[in-house]
Design a protein around this ligand. Structure first.
Ligand code: BGC
Length: 768
């Protein structure tokens, strides 16, 4: 290979001789050991020493794909300027270029036509799969299965890397409490502990061994983005230090500790400072306190957005503030490429800051092996052989089944009998091969998901009829074709009613289209869009034996269905194998075990609603009281429709015999909690056993309870297993009034059970 790193290691004297700009660190003259970290740092320094200021700034510049690579090179306008920059070595990264052919063509320009031959890093939003699509991240989180989630990220990475990509803008680890925010579908829900474990699993899954089928991960959005006021995307964020450190930041820290190579900042402001210009977050906390060695990329155009935020007067000012705050790479604002060199010359941004950013970027490129072989990810044969492999389909099907949550199952309507029944399948989403792919699956092709209709057709013992009933009603700006747009058309109702009347059981697939959630898709109403609610109630009058299969990317508020419909299955947007997963669950070939990663509200007025809320000074002890002067609504209960951690199975479980190994422990000590879980039903099933702690009195008020452990177990009918958890100092540590993480002496209650309403409890103290 022509472009070996060694070329850079030994050329530093040449760099000084030819008068290249940049720092003049001494460069090692002896061979370097490739695998050692210090080795990489030496290589990075040797490259840095060769670079002009403009080339350094170029590494900090990221462009979106700007021309049809297989066509003629652009001659005018912005694309021609970007093309010129690429040839000069002024483009460190590109996004949204994919496919070996295109990536290779661009990489060739970077490494064969530029002065220093520095490879470009190619990024893409590989959020839940590339071509073979996994469930949306919120759905995967309902599995509480870290191995499965890691494997799902591995599959996504393998396909994307085989397609020439090196870097995914995932995982999103924003703790989300507000279902109105469309991006809750991209994360792991409302709990910081679960989010942290999932963040680790996803980082490990994407990055693997950093081999040719792995991607660098990018942890986003740093930080607080999910706390947009009123759930309206890009809106103002105003959170306390307490919430920032105890709720928002833990998953970011976990992902950084798990070795994530990059971070992305966020569109929102925090304490009045937009994240891109936020030196506390990026420079002091992430790179300082946490010791993060990778680089931070801005979010799309977020540097430029500091102008409308009212934090920068123009793009130059924004570039200065971003660079000084530690934002290393500029995604599509062109702020650095246009102004950073001048800012350094004017002394407004130090050379050290630029060098630090470039070092971080080069380091990641070295770690990915791009200097050893810039075409490492560009193998057309591997691309063909890897994408769409049978084992990937098996993997995403397994993930999809594990993501399904059974919300209600009265009269054992589920599982369905396999023989001799008349089943009416109703709903536009039941026959949709695109919507199940969900939002943020831009690498996949429309129409490639297995629909519920196709999944159910695999079971041939019943008589299955399908009628649409009504469209989903997308509302306008959702970037999809006109299908599903209609909001009022009820002309399909009559045929659906006829089918329902003739059926033993009705399966209705209702909810949100896959592109109704995601970025920019906030909703102020959490009900079923369009006339679907009316369709549901109309069909119910014709035949109440309804299994409601929900497709959605966020918690919905469906109080009427929760009260009246006998069986409800939360089937999210489950990806390529969605229909097969749903059918296998409906027919009992897979016993559902998913548990909600976000509370489902009774109505939108309860939002944000989350289990780990504070007690308040007027908790009312959870009981309705005579007085109105306690923290409650006068028109709806405080509790959610379905709580965090909740989910049923085709069997039942009982919990008992909670034991605690001691009443107290101190620094470096621990206690063990054990509980017996029994399968009290007739079929084998999986249960996710959850442990919560309540810190009774502290220097700052603490949540009513917090998830601090969970275990997945499988039990045969009648079988009992003893599950144990260790509680140590780390589990009782939090961000205190002293503005640091520490464990405070005090009393705690531990709860163990199958959801966040767990009642089985014991007490212990943490002592000094
Ligand atoms: C999103 C990011 C995404 C980026 C690149 C932005 O609009 O907020 O999450 O990674 O675009 O596509």
């Amino acid at each position: 290979m022509k472009y070996k790193f060694s070329k850079y290691v030994f050329v530093a004297p040449l760099a000084l001789a030819i008068g290249c700009g940049g720092s003049k660190q001494p460069v090692a003259q002896q061979p370097v050991v490739q695998t050692e970290k210090t080795g990489i740092d030496r290589k990075v320094d040797s490259v840095l020493a060769l670079m002009t200021l403009e080339e350094k700034v170029g590494q900090m510049n990221q462009y979106n794909g700007f021309w049809e690579v297989t066509g003629p090179a652009p001659k005018d306008g912005a694309a021609a300027i970007k093309y010129d920059h690429l040839k000069k070595g002024w483009v460190g990264s590109m996004l949204n270029v994919r496919g070996v052919k295109d990536v290779k063509a661009l990489q060739k320009i970077a490494v064969e036509e530029t002065r220093l031959h520095i490879p470009v890093i190619f990024g893409f939003d590989v959020i839940h799969g590339y071509k073979t699509v996994s469930p949306i991240p919120l759905a995967e989180s309902a599995s509480w299965d870290m191995e499965a989630i890691q494997q799902s990220a591995e599959i996504a990475a393998a396909e994307a890397a085989a397609s020439g990509l090196n870097w995914t803008f995932a995982p999103m680890v924003d703790v989300s409490r507000d279902a109105r925010w469309g991006r809750v579908m991209e994360g792991a829900g409302e709990d910081p502990f679960l989010n942290s474990r999932i963040a680790e699993a996803r980082v490990k899954g994407f990055q693997g061994d950093l081999g040719e089928l792995s991607l660098a991960a990018c942890v986003k959005h740093f930080a607080g983005y999910a706390f947009a006021e009123s759930g309206r995307d890009y809106n103002t964020v105003d959170v306390s230090d307490n919430t920032l450190h105890n709720i928002i930041l833990p998953p970011f820290k976990a992902a950084s500790d798990a070795g994530a190579l990059t971070f992305m900042n966020s569109f929102n402001e925090l304490e009045g400072i937009p994240s891109t210009g936020n030196g506390y977050l990026q420079r002091e906390l992430l790179k300082g306190e946490w010791g993060f060695k990778g680089f931070v990329v801005s979010d799309w155009g977020s540097m430029g957005e500091m102008i409308p935020h009212g934090y920068a007067k123009d793009l130059k000012d924004a570039a200065m503030k971003a660079a000084n705050a530690g934002s290393d790479m500029d995604m599509e604002s062109s702020g650095y490429i246009e102004h950073l060199a001048a800012l350094v010359k004017e002394g407004k941004v130090s050379q050290e800051k630029v060098d630090d950013a470039v070092r971080r970027i080069l380091r990641v490129k070295f770690m990915l092996g791009l200097f050893d072989n810039p075409y490492k990810y560009c193998d057309e044969t591997r691309e063909k052989e890897t994408i769409g492999k049978k084992e990937f389909h098996d993997g995403v099907l397994d993930m999809a089944k594990k993501s399904i949550v059974l919300l209600k199952n009265e009269k054992n309507l589920l599982p369905l009998a396999k023989q001799g029944k008349k089943i009416a399948l109703i709903g536009a989403l039941a026959n949709d091969k695109t919507s199940p792919l969900g939002s943020w699956r831009i690498g996949a092709d429309d129409g490639t998901a297995v629909s519920v209709l196709e999944g159910m057709q695999q079971y041939k013992g019943n008589q299955l009829t399908y009628t649409k009933g009504a469209d989903v009603a997308l509302g306008k700006p959702v970037f999809v074709s006109e299908t599903h747009i209609n909001t009022t058309d009820k002309s399909g109702f009559a045929e659906a009613v006829k089918a329902a009347k003739a059926a033993d059981v009705v399966v209705m697939v209702l909810g949100e289209h896959g592109l109704q959630t995601g970025e920019g898709r906030s909703r102020s109403d959490l009900g079923l869009p369009g006339v679907q609610q009316e369709l549901l109630e109309t069909i119910y009058k014709a035949n109440p034996n309804i299994v409601l299969v929900l497709n959605n990317g966020r918690p919905l508020a469906l109080p009427w269905a929760a009260e009246n419909i006998p069986a409800i299955v939360e089937a999210w947007h489950l990806g390529t194998e969605a229909g097969n997963a749903v059918a296998q669950v409906l027919y009992g070939d897979y016993n559902p075990s998913g548990k909600l990663p976000m509370s489902f509200p009774r109505n939108v007025g309860q939002v944000p609603i989350y289990y780990n809320h504070k007690t308040t000074g007027r908790p009312g002890n959870g009981q309705p009281t005579e007085s109105v002067f306690w923290s409650h609504y006068t028109d709806v209960a405080n509790s959610p429709q379905y709580p965090f951690g909740y989910g049923l199975s085709y069997t039942t479980f009982s919990y008992g015999n909670l034991k605690i190994s001691g009443n107290s422990f101190g620094k470096n000590g621990k206690i063990t909690v054990t509980v017996d879980v029994t399968n009290t039903g007739k079929v084998e099933g999986k249960e996710i056993v959850q442990l919560y702690l309540h810190d009774l009195v502290a220097s700052v008020t603490r949540p009513v309870r917090e998830l601090k452990g969970f275990k997945n177990i499988s039990l045969k009918p009648g079988e009992t297993k003893t599950v144990s958890f260790i509680i140590d100092e780390e589990l009782v540590t939090f961000y205190t009034a002293n503005k640091k993480f520490e464990a405070e002496p005090g009393d705690f209650t531990v709860f163990v059970g199958g959801d966040s309403n767990a009642t089985l409890n014991a007490s212990f103290s943490y002592t000094e």
